[in-house]
Design a protein. Structure first.
Length: 590
């Protein structure tokens, strides 16, 4: 409850920032509803009784009051609805931006790769509308309860027995709460199913995977599997809704029986002369209105309950994001000792075994370190641990003796550069595709052009030209995308910035032909020399030993463990696995 109230206060502040005057007007209109409803019911009784007593003035007054109440209800209802749509939309946009900012501020990748984490922040986005409507659903609930109190008070003034109608509303509340809880649980269970279904559909319409899907003629099968997942999630939700509808129907049947009893009581009062026909009209109007008010209370509670369910996910995200301190020491201006790994282990969430096992390495300042090994040996994982994208589950990584965990994540990332194996293909303007490597210089065409030239990246368009066939621009080949990724990494070396302390090159020539690889290799030699002069550490991952042998130190990984390390000459002399792989590749090239 405390977290719910904290989030309510936070969303209310966001709502007031979205439109303070509109929010005040909307709140006033909402609160005034209870008085208008009571005025309409009382005017109906006065109209009937004045007509029976032939009091013209009373009839006129009742008509005026009733017509005014009805007009106010109709006019304010339209205004209230429009204001709520506008305010909720504005607040939802603010909350979505805040949630996205929190998700993107987390310095590691676990929350973007681990399914339970993805499901949680997906549920926050899915419930952002209900969260944005929290102030109004809470206010609606309060106003509806107040209106209910007024209605019950008027009914009790006719006969104390009519208060039983309120008692009969308890099963309605309980049935509604059970149905809402069952529906929320079903939607939670269906979130991973729907996410997988969406991903399967995306495989058929996203250019990169669509080629393979069409070649293998697997689109129909993927479509059937996506449909099966969607049907499974829909069946779970439909079953929950059906069970809820059955309970609600039984509760409403009980309430309908109470309504019939109430009419019998009123009829007896009229027969005994204790009530007038106008009182009967009042009771009918109030009981009908009571039903409407109960529905409104239940609907408001349902919206509040949906938001309440997202409360736990929202505060989980905030606590998870805040567990990674944005503060910390600044990295050194230049490396003196280098980067050291001490008994580093890493296990992916939910995995049974470690991906890295007690890895201890020394990456001296100004050195070039190559990491080799079979697919799945842990090379890319090790790169991500070194750069702080993964937090070690054991051991530590230190920069000049200072643990990476004690450094400011933002300042440490600002001193990194490189290309990952799964580089991004940003279908933006060419200037933006490369310039986002250092956002401060994204508008400086000269800096972007320099990075493109140094990487030997293609100028498929002018700097302001759009990339990507789906947006009407040229579609770079895989090798051209990789060169653009290299150019993007070089933006870290734009003049005026502190140079990178660590340059990571994860399979930087995997998508290139031999000639392009040679050109890129020559570029890397220059880049490594420049990094060496600055005292930076260059970490290179490659399966191509013509590139690897340029390194000062070579590390061989197997099943997450370091099995060999040393210079190319040392490893060749040792005659181990590295030498065997080198000779095998050498014979293939010959």
């Amino acid at each position: 409850m405390r977290d719910w109230l904290r989030l309510l206060g936070h969303v209310t502040r966001q709502t007031l920032r979205s439109g303070r005057r509109s929010a005040v007007v909307l709140a006033g209109l909402t609160v005034g509803q209870a008085a208008v409803i009571a005025a309409m019911a009382l005017s109906q009784r006065a109209l009937v009784d004045s007509s029976a007593a032939h009091r013209v003035a009373g009839v006129v007054a009742a008509v005026v009051v009733g017509a005014a109440a009805y007009a106010i209800m109709a006019a304010t209802g339209r205004i209230r609805g429009n204001l709520m749509i506008i305010l909720v939309a504005r607040t939802r946009a603010r909350l979505s931006e805040e949630i996205q900012r929190r998700v993107s501020s987390i310095p590691t990748l676990t929350h973007l790769e681990h399914a339970p984490h993805i499901d949680r922040w997906n549920r926050i986005f899915d419930s952002s509308g209900a969260i944005a409507a929290m102030p109004w659903s809470a206010l609606d609930s309060v106003v509806s309860v107040l209106g209910l109190v007024v209605t019950v008070g008027l009914l009790v003034s006719v006969s104390p027995w009519l208060v039983l109608l309120l008692v009969l509303a308890v099963p309605l509340v309980l049935a509604n709460r059970w149905a809402d809880r069952a529906l929320r649980d079903a939607r939670d269970a269906g979130t991973p199913l729907l996410r997988r279904s969406t991903r399967l559909h995306e495989l058929c319409v996203t250019p990169e995977p669509a080629k393979e899907v069409m070649l293998s003629d697997g689109g129909a099968e993927l479509g059937r599997e996506a449909g099966r997942l969607w049907d499974q999630a829909a069946r779970q939700e439909a079953a929950a809704q059906l069970r809820g509808a059955v309970r609600r129907s039984l509760a409403w049947a009980v309430y309908a029986a109470g309504f019939a009893v109430a009419m019998v009581i009123v009829a007896d009062l009229i027969h005994s002369g204790a009530a007038t026909v106008g009182t009967a009209v009042l009771v009918v109007s109030l009981v009908t209105q009571l039903q409407s008010q109960l529905r409104q209370v239940l609907d408001s509670m349902a919206v509040a309950a949906e938001a309440g369910h997202a409360v736990s996910h929202y505060w989980w995200l905030r606590r998870y994001a805040e567990s990674f301190s944005a503060e910390g020491a600044a990295p050194p201006a230049a490396l003196v000792e280098g980067i050291t790994l001490d008994e580093v282990s890493f296990r992916y969430p939910g995995a049974g075994d470690d991906a890295l096992r007690s890895v201890s390495l020394s990456l001296p300042a100004g050195s070039t370190v190559a990491i080799v090994g079979a697919n799945g040996a842990g090379k890319s994982t090790l790169i991500k641990v070194i750069t702080g994208l993964y937090a070690p589950t054991g051991g530590s990584v230190a920069v000049d003796g200072v643990p990476v965990s004690d450094l400011s994540p933002e300042m440490w990332r600002a001193r990194l550069s490189g290309v990952y194996q799964d580089f991004a293909r940003l279908r933006l303007r060419l200037r933006e595709t490369v310039g986002v490597g250092q956002v401060r210089f994204v508008r400086q065409g000269a800096a972007v052009g320099e990075a493109i030239e140094r990487a030997g990246a293609p100028l498929l368009t002018g700097l302001e030209g759009q990339l990507g066939a789906e947006f009407g621009g040229p579609e770079p080949s895989l090798g051209q995308w990789q060169r653009l990724a290299v150019a993007r990494s070089l933006m870290r070396e734009v003049r005026g910035d502190l140079p990178p302390l660590c340059v990571v090159l994860d399979e930087p020539t995997a998508a290139l032909d031999p000639l392009a690889e040679r050109e890129m290799f020559e570029h890397f030699v220059g880049q490594v020399r420049a990094a060496r002069l600055r005292g930076a550490v260059t970490v290179l991952v490659s399966h191509r030993f013509t590139t690897v042998r340029m390194a000062d130190h070579i590390v061989v990984l197997d099943d997450g463990r370091v099995t060999e390390q040393g210079s190319h000459a040392d490893l060749m002399a040792a005659g181990g696995g590295y030498a065997e792989l080198y000779h095998l590749q050498e014979r293939a090239y010959r």
